[in-house]
Write a protein that binds this ligand. Structure first.
Ligand SMILES: Nc1nc2c(ncn2[C@@H]2O[C@H](COP(=O)(O)OP(=O)(O)OP(=O)(O)O)[C@@H](O)[C@H]2O)c(=O)[nH]1
Ligand SMILES: [Mg+2]
Length: 525
């Protein structure tokens, strides 16, 4: 006879709680002398437990479905050093293939762009403050070919003095003569200096603009509370605006839902004046609009910036030329504004795409990573199971890394490329190389910077875009061929991903190529 324990539960006609052989039944047995009220409570609790259990089952089912979906989807990883243009490429993907989703996030970007504008303004006001605090000091003669200072690119901690000389390996050389192997060489134009002096008008305009920095600090702290602890009091004694040591630009931590936080901040009432912080920022910018525009267009300010080697327009997320529009009430970012907005990525962000145009039905996952050296170890778990890598390598042969001013940016890109090529986990992945920021390469070469000075092996080949691109393409191709664990085709595109039209054309080709390789790998074609 089959034992009671092996019989199906429903075959046992004894009430569940009365079964002597089932330990669970014994536990669940009603206590002796249970009142009607206690019984109702117990049954209610059992009912609730059953509901929760069903919910857990459903969520496990959903997780399993999502896992299956992800397994079948195309997965693409965007890699490259910080500021190489990964997030900007992602925005181009969104704009080209999921435009309605891209445009739905317009409101969230408004505040980021306004914060970008204030960040440039902050640098401008700091430089102005330093200049004004030593009014009697005659400005030092400009070096023959001054280079872009660290400060100009927002690389120095707030409050650090603006270097007036040449920056090499993080050291400022004040001799006026560039050292033999100068490292930063984004030169500014040598226009004749006007004699326009800085006056009390500038001082007063600066004082009126300083409160904007305070709102920016508060908003940044609300958006990114993990940074709030680094906020410190201002050190210049002139303003209550706190400083953010080490925090030089808006940062997004992966998966923190910053867009939701932003939209909520823009809609919710804040504590003061019944306005949201987003609205407060908008209103303060509108009130300061004329001062910002006048300050940026002022000849004396332009002279001062030029003399100090500060090129705000080279900072990522530069919107001072659009200050009137960005500061206006009701400002709505254009597609172009969103693409140019700077929001540094920390960690890894997953973006799911259900293509709205072409290849519809196919699901894609694009992973956007932070490129700073300190976060690169977080990339590795994503190497397993990706079909393609888009590797962004600006040909910044004359610039140094922000996180290590001794490391040349292009050398760092080549080192990373080599690691990616030889990685065993990635042996089946298609590698697509983007020589990004071609517009900057063009401008750098046009300004007379010679590649040979930074890359002696370049020799005396012509210092123009086609020759420079060919030289480095051959280098990258060589490593790809030599280091790949098994042969795979080499794809290389020249891009300026802030040019959305040109990038859309490239991305259509890239998408088709990745899809073809994916279908090939699962034997569909
Ligand atoms: N001029 C120019 N600027 C570009 C280009 N691509 C990106 N940028 C700008 O460079 C800045 C950095 O771009 P991001 O896309 O944020 O760089 P990232 O690689 O995501 O950087 P991390 O998140 O720090 O790793 C942004 O302000 C972009 O607008 C380009 O082709 N040309
Ligand atoms: Mg990024």
């Amino acid at each position: 006879m089959a034992s009671l324990a092996r019989r199906p539960f429903h075959a046992n006609h004894a009430p569940f709680e009365d079964r002597q052989d089932d330990p669970l039944a014994q536990i669940l047995k009603p206590p002796p002398g249970e009142s009607a009220e206690e019984r109702a409570r117990r049954e209610q609790a059992a009912h609730e437990a059953h509901r929760v259990s069903l919910q857990i089952d459903e969520s496990i089912q959903e997780d399993r479905k999502a896992y299956e979906r992800r397994k079948k989807a195309v997965k693409v990883l965007l890699l490259g050093q910080a500021e190489s243009g990964k997030s900007t490429t992602l925005k181009n993907f969104q704009l080209a293939f999921t435009p309605s989703h891209f445009r739905n996030e317009r409101l969230a970007w408004r505040t980021i762009i306004q914060l970008n504008l204030i960040r440039s303004l902050k640098t401008l006001l700091e430089v102005l403050g330093e200049e004004m605090s030593s009014p009697t000091e005659a400005p030092p003669p400009p070096p023959p070919q001054p280079v872009l200072s660290e400060k100009a690119r927002g690389k120095l901690p707030m409050g650090a003095p603006v270097p007036l000389g040449v920056v090499q390996n993080g050291t400022v050389h004040h001799s006026g003569k560039p050292p033999p192997t100068s490292t930063r060489s984004v030169r500014f134009s040598t226009q004749p200096q006007s004699q326009a002096p800085l006056t009390d008008v500038h001082r007063r305009a600066r004082a009126r603009l300083l409160p904007l920095l305070k709102i920016e600090t508060e908003l940044t702290a609300k958006l990114f509370p993990e940074l709030a602890s680094s906020l410190g009091p201002s050190g210049d004694g002139e303003t209550a605006a706190p400083r953010t040591p080490g925090v030089k630009e808006v940062v997004v931590r992966a998966g923190n839902g910053w867009k939701d936080v932003l939209v909520k901040l823009q809609q919710e009432n804040g504590n003061r004046n019944g306005r949201s912080l987003g609205d407060e920022l908008g209103a303060a910018l509108e009130a300061s609009k004329d001062d910002i525009v006048s300050m940026w267009e002022d000849n004396a300010v332009k002279d001062m910036l030029r003399r100090r080697g500060v090129r705000l327009q080279d900072m990522p997320g530069f919107f001072l030329n659009d200050a009137a529009r960005v500061s206006s009430t009701g400002y709505e970012p254009t597609d172009d504004d969103i693409v140019r907005a700077r929001l540094r990525t920390l960690g890894v962000e997953e973006h799911r795409f259900a293509m709205e145009s072409g290849a519809s039905g196919q699901e894609w996952y694009i992973y956007d990573v932070g490129g700073n050296r300190s976060v690169r170890p977080h990339w590795i778990p994503y190497f397993d199971d990706v079909q393609a890598i888009i590797f962004l390598a600006p040909l910044a042969f004359n610039l140094m890394l922000e996180e290590d001013s001794k490391v040349n940016r292009l050398e760092d890109s080549i080192m990373l490329w080599r690691e990616i090529c030889q990685n065993q986990l990635l042996e089946g992945a298609t590698l697509i190389l983007f020589f990004n920021k071609m517009d900057i390469l063009q401008a750098t070469l046009a300004s007379g910077v010679r590649v040979q000075k930074y890359v002696p092996s370049y020799g005396d080949q012509p210092n123009d875009v086609p020759h420079v691109v060919k030289y480095f393409r051959d280098k990258f191709r060589g490593y790809h061929k030599r280091l790949s664990p098994k042969p795979r085709p080499f794809f290389c595109h020249e891009t300026s991903v802030i040019d959305t039209r040109a990038t859309a054309v490239i991305l259509v080709g890239v998408r088709e190529g990745i899809l073809r390789a994916h279908l090939h790998s699962v034997n569909v074609i």
